[in-house]
Design a protein around this ligand. Structure first.
Ligand SMILES: *Cc1c(COP(=O)(O)O)cnc(C)c1O
Length: 338
């Protein structure tokens, strides 16, 4: 069995999840609704203390819809320079929202009110109008680093004061909640919208849900249609999401433990120059002279272990539902002998 540590998106649906998908009751979600999609949207909205939800094909779409909802052309979005909305969504902010981006250098992907405040533009026609702040929790390029509710509160207050909207890219929000122990209900109060991915650590094959107020989600539904993201008998996919929420949240701690085991071994190995603190299911480290990233990826592949190049000298491992204890032992054994 290949040990695939490239991403937590590679998980396959379990037999029980497939069973839930097969037996889903479906309708037409674009025409007049699909009860399983509705159930998923309501379940997540309730969980996060939000009014409504919108099921979409991807986290890229939920993020881009949120940005479109909260900006006008010529506006500016504030986010960390490593954020997914800027780096990995194909220039979507420029294309979909005709807005510019102010990139900040956060602490492992995390922003603070002090960092953001000086970059909120004054009302002066020379400057783009700052309208939105985007946070990412956990931060992917920050090595799975987490914000706590306490970290976010000052950012929320700044946004209210400056009349900015606040969006959360919560692709891995359940990984963050697993570590911080925060109540997801607090998030509904802090954010204007939240994107939650079902196809990362939660193990569903497809889908993300955008959460927000009723008017926001009504607007978001129009934008989803324009982007071609309306799906008809989507209840089959939503059923996988519901199953994941019911069965795959409590097990995330296991992924984090495995990532920590791998991180601890790496920190003592001679070819590792530095390692980001391992907080959740992501392990990012920098190689020193002996290896470059291409060579390292190739070397591990020869032992049936797959990982991602994350820059010319950097590597990312991500643990997930399909990584077993045996696979972690195999990986640790191979790393020690390199
Ligand atoms: C994966 C991911 C997304 C969404 O990705 P899709 O592949 O479009 O579902 C958004 N933000 C972060 C931080 C991610 O890791």
């Amino acid at each position: 069995m290949t040990t695939d540590l490239r991403s937590d998106t590679v998980t396959k649906p379990t037999p029980a999840m497939l069973e839930a998908m097969f037996s889903a009751k479906v309708g037409d979600d674009v025409l007049d609704g699909d009860e399983t999609v509705n159930a998923l949207e309501e379940k997540l909205a309730d969980l996060f203390g939000m009014e409504a939800g919108l099921f979409c094909p991807s986290g890229t779409m939920t993020n881009q819809i949120a940005i479109k909802c909260f900006t006008q052309p010529m506006d500016e979005v504030i986010c960390d320079e490593t954020s997914h909305v800027y780096r990995y969504e194909g220039g979507g902010i420029a294309f979909n929202s005709a807005s510019s981006v102010k990139l900040l250098h956060g602490n492992r992907g995390r922003l603070s009110a002090e960092l953001i405040e000086p970059h909120v533009n004054p009302a002066d026609i020379h400057y783009p109008h700052t309208s939105l702040v985007v946070l990412e929790n956990t931060s992917n390029r920050g090595g799975g680093s987490c914000y706590t509710v306490e970290d976010i509160e000052p950012i929320y207050h700044l946004c209210r004061l400056k009349n900015l909207q606040l969006h959360l890219d919560g692709a891995r929000i359940f990984n963050a909640l697993t570590e911080t122990g925060d109540d997801p209900k607090d998030y509904g109060h802090l954010f204007d919208s939240i994107s939650v991915c079902l196809s990362k650590g939660l193990g569903a094959p497809v889908g993300s849900v955008l959460l927000g107020s009723l008017p926001t989600i009504q607007k978001a539904r129009r934008i989803r249609k324009v982007l071609g993201g309306g799906m008809r008998q989507a209840g089959y996919l939503a059923a996988a999401g519901i199953y994941a929420l019911d069965h795959h949240i409590t097990r995330l701690k296991q992924d984090h433990n495995y990532a920590k085991v791998i991180g601890e071994i790496l920190s003592g190995l001679p070819f590792v120059e530095s390692l980001l603190p391992v907080e959740t299911n992501i392990v990012i480290f920098k190689l020193n002279g002996g290896f470059n990233a291409d060579k390292f990826v190739e070397k591990l592949a020869s032992h049936d272990i797959r990982c991602s190049k994350f820059g010319s000298q950097s590597i990312r491992f991500v643990t997930h539902l399909d990584i077993t204890e045996d696979m972690v032992h195999h990986t640790v054994g191979v790393l020690k002998k390199l």
